[in-house]
Design a protein around this ligand. Structure first.
Ligand SMILES: [Zn+2]
Length: 192
């Protein structure tokens, strides 16, 4: 992701046009490259420490419920959560009074808020607030997928599964952070 964004910024790079096209496919041509890079630098900083150990046991039991693409689900979840943890990205968005633009809001989700997740209302967010896509957690998971596969994930891979014996899986990580494990509604937990 990082090399793609840097190459999209570097107009002299031999792959500049192709990199820019990749970045804009996800973030649109309205999102500023500087904003994208700033968030990505936080997520991919060598000093960035993400509590993978805390998430590990929560990820394990649920992997089998996404048979369509289990590896992607794990990777996407980690990137999504890392963006929350390291760059304070959001899941939920609310409309302005004129109902023309969406703005990020912290959890808990309030009535009328949309979910910026790929399998939820990402497309609505992309249409209404393309300049703010870098603030949406799932955008980073989608971007990672797009950079690797040169296509968007299949939405059918994320059809919600019926809830099955999910453990409470709540861990106290920080008094100030809110994190949820997994990108599906049925998996989401909040820690406050
Ligand atoms: Zn999230």
């Amino acid at each position: 992701m990082k090399s793609t964004v840097e190459c999209a910024i570097d107009t002299k790079h031999r792959d500049h046009a192709s990199c820019l096209k990749t970045v804009q496919a996800v973030f649109t041509d309205k999102c500023k490259l500087d904003n994208i890079k700033r968030v990505l630098d936080l997520i991919a900083a060598p000093s960035a420490k993400f509590p993978v150990i805390e998430m590990k046991e929560d990820l394990g039991p649920h992997d089998t419920d996404t048979l369509a693409c289990p590896l992607w689900d794990k990777v996407g979840t980690l990137i999504h959560e890392a963006s929350h943890w390291l760059a304070s990205t959001f899941d939920y968005w609310e409309y302005n009074v004129e109902k023309t633009k969406l703005f990020p809001v912290p959890p808990p989700r309030r009535p009328g808020a949309i979910n910026g997740g790929w399998e939820h209302q990402f497309d609505e967010l992309k249409e209404k607030s393309p300049k703010l896509l870098h603030k949406n957690a799932d955008t980073w998971a989608i971007f990672a997928f797009y950079v690797f596969y040169r296509k968007f994930p299949d939405k059918l891979a994320f059809v919600p599964q019926p809830p099955t014996a999910l453990p409470p899986a709540i861990k106290k990580i920080s008094q100030e952070r809110t994190i949820h494990v997994g990108r599906k509604p049925s998996r989401r937990i909040s820690i406050s």
